[in-house]
Ligand binder design. Structure first.
Ligand code: APR
Length: 318
């Protein structure tokens, strides 16, 4: 159990996070900062705090629009940022539009972390995922084990769910990884996908797998369109906590995270989704996975797509 976990941004994802953190008691204290309104964060946590008597937990939750509420946090989960929302004509905004707004927010987030909890391990969820984590890296200068982005857990969960539905088996039977950038170029690694230890192709046809993998790449947008406003928020919160739990309980669990690569997979200096071993020191190891030639090519293309957005980040000085 940690002493304190801080959540930055108390909107859809942040709200579920604080609720789950109170239920799961990963830390004695949970602190939420959100700049919205005079007292939004206070209201959000009061609601959750009052429920602690019902769920019988003594986890203390505090909320504020000031970053000092994060003072001394051991771990930070960052959700501050504007989500994608479908326009009235059904189209989605460009990533660039999201990027500029969310970079400004990320700079404010970085200043808060630097001032109040510079030693914290940081898990970031805000989009565009790999670029925002890169900005945090630029601003915070944390060692690579202490800063990571959440995307692969969610993308893999979506892939696993779709396969389970198609194969008519439990999701618990599906082992799969989605690697690469958190965007259309992500790579559902079919060669490593197993159903109860057996190759996925034994249960699902190549054509169906093609369709499932295409759906996985666009799964975030599918939810955005259906919701009409905002983006997915329950599964992203659950996914970030899969990472947090592996670290807090020193599980040495291999899960896909957006990590700073230092030559692995032929990539240097970019955050991109790869399998990593998570334990008490955060990212304890980046695992190099055997990929087919086609998957290697897809990884290269995905790294190029992430590089393009990171170049935009480098060009934006707010
Ligand atoms: N500091 C703290 N909180 C902030 C800041 C800031 N500088 N700027 C904005 N926020 C808060 C907003 O007030 C809002 O309550 O972040 C919250 C974001 O919540 P939502 O708009 O509900 O967005 P959510 O669905 O939670 O997604 C957050 O994660 O998956 C990504 O694309 C998504 O970038 C988005 C982020």
């Amino acid at each position: 159990m940690l002493n304190k976990i801080g959540v930055i941004g108390g909107g859809n994802i942040g709200g579920v996070l604080v609720q789950l953190l109170a239920e799961r008691a990963y830390a004695k204290n949970v602190a939420l900062v959100d700049v919205k309104g005079p007292d939004f964060a206070k209201g959000k946590v009061l609601d959750i705090a009052e429920g602690t008597a019902v769920i019988r937990t003594d986890v203390q939750v505090a909320g504020s629009k000031e970053y000092d509420v994060l003072d001394g946090a051991d771990m930070i989960i960052n959700t501050a940022g504007v989500p994608r929302a479908a326009r009235p004509d059904g189209t989605l905004p460009s990533r660039e539009e999201l990027l500029t707004t969310n970079l400004k927010i990320t700079d404010a987030v970085s200043a808060g972390i630097k001032k109040y909890c510079p030693e914290a391990t940081v898990i970031s969820i805000a989009n565009p995922l790999d670029a925002i984590v890169y900005r945090l890296h630029q601003n915070l200068g944390l060692s690579r084990n202490k800063l990571m982005g959440m995307a692969g857990v969610l993308d893999s969960a979506r892939y696993r769910y779709f396969i389970a539905q198609e194969a008519g088996v439990s999701v618990e039977n599906i082992d799969a990884m989605v690697l690469g950038g958190h965007g259309d170029s992500m790579i559902p690694v079919r060669s490593a996908c197993r159903i109860a230890g057996m190759p996925v192709e034994q249960f699902v046809s190549p054509e169906k797998l093609d369709a499932i993998e295409a759906r996985t790449r666009k799964a975030g947008g599918e939810v955005v369109k259906l919701l009409g406003s905002g983006s997915a928020f329950v599964s992203p919160a659950q996914s970030a906590l899969e990472m947090a739990e592996a670290i807090i309980y020193d599980k040495k669990k291999i899960i896909p995270v957006s990590a700073l690569l230092e030559g692995e997979y032929g990539v240097n200096g970019l955050f991109i989704g790869v399998p990593a071993l998570l334990g008490k020191n955060g990212i304890e190891k980046v695992i190099e996975m055997d990929l087919t030639d086609a998957e290697k090519e897809m990884f290269k293309n995905s790294a190029a797509a992430v590089q393009k957005t990171v170049d935009e980040v480098k060009a934006v000085n707010l």
